[in-house]
Design a protein around this ligand. Sequence first.
Ligand code: SAM
Length: 314
Amino acid sequence: QAVKQLSQNFLLDLRLTDKIVRKAGNLTNAYVYEVGPGPGGITRSILNAGVAELLVVEKDSRFIPGLQMLSDAAPGKLRIVHGDVLTFKIERAFPESLKRQWEDDPPNVHIIGNLPFSVSTPLIIKWLENVSQRNGPFAYGRTRMMLTFQKEVAERLTATTGSKQRSRLSIMAQYLCDVQHILTIPGQAFVPKPEVDSGVVHFTPLTRPRIKQPFKLVEKVVQNAFQFRRKYCHRGLGMLFPEARRLESTGKLLELADVDPTLRPTQLTVSHFKSLCDVYRKMCDEDPHLFAYNFREELRQKSKKEDDKQSCRL
Ligand SMILES: C[S@@+](CC[C@H](N)C(=O)[O-])C[C@H]1O[C@@H](n2cnc3c(N)ncnc32)[C@H](O)[C@@H]1O
């Protein structure tokens, strides 16, 4: 029985799981890390693809005996870990000899997963940060990933400039990876049927990231820019700066980055974000307190002061 808490919706049709696994590319002699195998539909298709080794990490102990049976049927091919994908250290799990230089072709290491949506989105953010730092699963080189998301999230990850779905996730994924929405799986393909369709997204880390600044800095600029998605971009970007000099600093940022302040956040290209991040980085180097500035904190302090004044008057 599927557990609702863990958002367990399973793919049990072997023809469909074969089709999904084919989209990961040629897996002959590959080392594959499958996250959240559950009852093992995708697992079976991966094993049938001629892999050298498949390592699965599953949180729910009820699936371990079934996976063990698959392992017995494919001796030496399937390694089962009863654990949590959010903490499992894949960088030590496969042979060192698989490691490639970042600029080389991707290593023969693949990540495949159909996880609950509540896990796949935080996980992709964590893995994108790992891509930027070339650690975690990317200690092997430009490890490719194929993951399932709620269709809307898959669309956001791959959205092009100017499209309705363009968002923070689009920029964060696309500045680091080549991202393809390769398949949509209708809800009725799952047991039990979820409320929404799923999108399968393939990621190949880029040899050269499109923005060469620390992940946290890019994340901050992008998050602020999309703060007010329907307004001109200067509105959200202004929130990077303390109120007292917001107008002046935002003007300087946009001018030096050569970005039109009246573009909407969804109209900004990755290259616009590159210029914005480069200029913001320079501004942070000039003012060591700037990066730690958080407009929400400033608002909180302001409203606390107001409250204190009010209670003094009373
Ligand atoms: C949506 S189900 C899909 C199962 C299987 N991949 C399929 O396609 O049929 C997600 C699976 O991920 C497992 N899971 C959820 N959170 C996990 C975590 N943090 N670490 C490892 N497995 C997890 C669940 O127990 C479940 O088996």
